[in-house]
Design a protein around this ligand. Structure first.
Ligand code: PEP
Ligand code: MN
Length: 235
């Protein structure tokens, strides 16, 4: 629990347009604590949608204000940080940047709460050491387990709940679970959210989109607002 609450972060993978953000956010507003949306996307394929950049930040900020919720977005590069801090309440460090140590030092200086995702190939001990880079300058860190690479390919990654619990015990930090990236499958998100809640984690981060089939990023794991709302009622 974070401030006595099971933290619910949800929203689309990427900010695509004002209409998409607004429709999604309005439909899930009652069931979220923080609205997510990537303005800078770390895509494996350079030909994939890279995010709207500053325009995406402006849309995220505006929609957050409209629904009265704080927002979170991913920081890929220290050069974007000043602008991101103007528009976003929380900062996310993605799996691919968990060991980008200069970036970690920079987000520490921002003073904002940082959600630090676990690298897909990172041990728990490495994840905690990355958190310590941020903690050196800023006490507000939330860890996020988002699945690791294993031999198992029936899910996008393998959700390591036990490792995440080790991280919670050893670090004393709050840990949230992201079943969207961990599983890559809409039909597993309810059960993994319930597992996260039952196990005593501090919250969840889930991808939801007003038009999931046409999402520009991570469409296979995007829930519709209705599906997301049902999951929250379920837990
Ligand atoms: C995301 O949250 O959209 C994202 C890119 O996640 P991860 O860094 O866990 O892959
Ligand atoms: Mn995503």
């Amino acid at each position: 629990m974070i401030n006595d609450k099971f933290l619910r972060i949800a929203g689309p993978c990427a900010v695509e347009s004002y209409e998409q953000m607004s429709k999604t956010a309005q439909a899930i507003a009652e069931n979220i604590d923080i609205l997510r949306g990537g303005a800078y996307k770390p895509r494996s394929n350079p030909a994939s949608f890279q995010g709207l950049g500053v325009q995406g930040l402006e849309i995220l900020h505006k929609v957050g204000k409209e629904i009265g919720k704080p927002v979170i977005t991913e920081v890929l590069d220290p050069r974007h940080l000043e602008n991101i801090c103007k528009f976003s309440d929380y900062l996310q460090i993605g799996a691919r940047n968990m060991q980008n140590f200069e970036l970690l030092k920079e987000v520490a200086r921002s003073g904002k709460t940082v959600v630090l995702k676990r690298g897909m190939g990172a041990k728990v001990s490495e994840w905690i050491m990355s958190a310590q880079y941020i903690l050196a300058g800023n006490s507000k860190v939330i860890l996020c387990e988002r699945g690791i690479r294993t031999f198992e390919d029936s899910t996008r990654f393998t959700l390591d709940l036990s490792g995440a619990m080790v991280a919670k015990i050893e670090s004393g930090l709050p840990v949230i679970i992201d079943p969207s990236h961990a599983t890559g499958r809409k039909d597993l998100i309810l059960s993994m959210c319930m597992a996260a809640c039952a196990a005593g984690f501090d919250g969840i981060m889930v991808e939801a989109h007003n038009d999931p089939q046409n999402a520009l990023c991570d469409a296979d794991q995007a829930l519709s607002p209705g599906e997301y709302n049902k999951i929250i009622e379920g837990i």
